[in-house]
Design a protein around this ligand. Structure first.
Ligand SMILES: NC(=O)c1ccc[n+]([C@@H]2O[C@H](COP(=O)([O-])OP(=O)(O)OC[C@H]3O[C@@H](n4cnc5c(N)ncnc54)[C@H](O)[C@@H]3O)[C@@H](O)[C@H]2O)c1
Length: 376
């Protein structure tokens, strides 16, 4: 298969969909890989590394879209890319269709095959192409939290791990899923005193078994949260209710219970945030202060560490990309249910319920699209 990797042109996106290692793997299976000049620059991969791995470099984004059967990207195409997409071209990237009717209609009009990273789903209901970014965000939450606890950045001026003779900081993590677990590991590793709250007792049991002794677990409820925030220095919001807005576990009035300089990192801000006073911020301007409480609410945290994020993402996407390239998308999606669930828009039809529901568009059974292709 002919695979194309364009340079991401969305504002502040420094990740790239394929590393030189990924190129080498696809080449080993006999595929041709075209990479746009400088596509890996933002993640620290030079053109020479891609060439050494067997890629052919193309100067413009038009060249890449023009030649490829499968386009591998990170972010959804933006308006200036729409016209470059060809009928039946396979696009393998994050789309988040339900948040953009314009994008959905553009892809329907183009007749492209849109396989969305975010809806690829395993039989245990986990989302393998979202997990790596949660892992990055969870670990980063503590790194950022530790930084903003410093006095010059308006924090309480406390070192997470303390020093001999001085007690460590208290860290509260709301939600013990992927983000929360990674955050807890980081904070515990730095020597902080960590509390993870979740509403799932089985999850708390599991965390209690695997976490080091400086991590304790607690049931998440309003009473416990009100008690804990009085003594915590860093609070990480990491809850998720699939398909719904995050619940406001920390409300406006609770800020008055916290000590001045407490830092709140609401990782769940992309789902509306679990802290009522959180509004999305950017890496250029990540924090703001309300009532002496520092709020960090960057909606795209992994964007600040593109090398780590690119490698983590491509570790997860490459096995699927190989299946798509080796078998063609129809057979790959028939053989592998994870991939089949990634199909959102195919040949002018919406085949993913969440997208059809979001915009009142007709839903075509994905099996029909796959059957059509068999007969064709
Ligand atoms: N800001 C970013 O850059 C960024 C990056 C990655 C992920 N995220 C977001 O982080 C959030 C968490 O993602 P995840 O992958 O860890 O999800 P997850 O599904 O693995 O974990 C969510 C956890 O929240 C728990 N939960 C639900 N309601 C709760 C409540 N009332 N109190 C306490 N816990 C509760 C669940 O039981 C679950 O264990 C999501 O909103 C995700 O979109 C943001």
């Amino acid at each position: 298969m002919v695979i194309g990797v364009p340079k991401e042109i969305k504002n502040n996106e420094n990740r790239v969909a394929l590393t030189p290692a990924g190129v080498a793997e696809l080449r080993k299976h006999g595929h041709t890989v075209y990479v746009q000049v400088n596509a890996g620059e933002g993640s620290g991969f030079e053109d020479e590394e891609y060439i050494a791995a067997g890629a052919q470099m193309l100067p413009t984004i038009e060249d890449v879209y023009g030649i490829a059967e499968m386009i591998m990207k990170v972010k959804e195409p933006i308006a200036q890319e729409y016209d470059l997409i060809k009928e039946n071209q396979l696009l393998f990237t994050y789309f988040h269709f339900a948040s953009s009717e314009e994008l959905t209609r553009a892809m329907l009009a183009k007749g492209a095959v849109c396989l969305a990273y975010e809806t690829v789903e395993k039989t245990d209901r986990s989302l393998p192409l979202l997990v790596p970014m949660s892992e990055v965000a969870g670990r980063m939450a503590i790194q950022e939290g530790a930084k903003y606890l410093e006095k010059p950045l308006k924090g309480r001026g406390i070192l997470l791990g303390g020093v001999p003779g001085v007690k460590p900081a208290n860290v509260l993590i709301l939600g013990g899923g992927i983000v929360g677990t990674q955050a807890a590991k980081m904070a515990a590793g730095l020597g902080a005193h960590v509390t993870i709250m979740d509403i799932s007792l089985p999850r708390l049991r599991y965390l209690s078994d695997i976490m080091p002794s400086n991590v304790q677990t607690m049931m998440s409820n309003e009473y416990n949260i009100r008690e804990m925030i009085k003594v915590c220095d860093l609070i990480v919001g990491a809850v998720l209710i699939p398909g719904a807005k995050a619940p406001h576990l920390i409300t406006r009035d609770m800020l008055s219970l916290m000590r001045s300089g407490t830092v709140l990192v609401d990782v769940a801000v992309d789902q509306g945030g679990c802290i009522e006073t959180c509004q999305p911020t950017t890496h250029e301007n990540p924090t703001y202060i309300i009532d002496g409480i520092v709020h960090y609410c960057v909606a795209n945290m992994p964007g600040a560490v593109p090398y780590t994020s690119t490698v983590a993402l491509t570790n997860a996407t490459l096995p699927y990309a190989l299946q798509l390239a080796n078998k063609g998308w129809q057979k790959a999606c028939r053989d592998n249910m994870d991939l089949q669930l990634g199909l959102n828009v195919v040949d002018g039809k919406v085949v993913y319920k969440g997208v059809a529901d979001a915009f009142g568009l007709p839903l075509t059974d994905v099996k029909e699209v796959l059957r059509d292709e068999v007969e064709a």
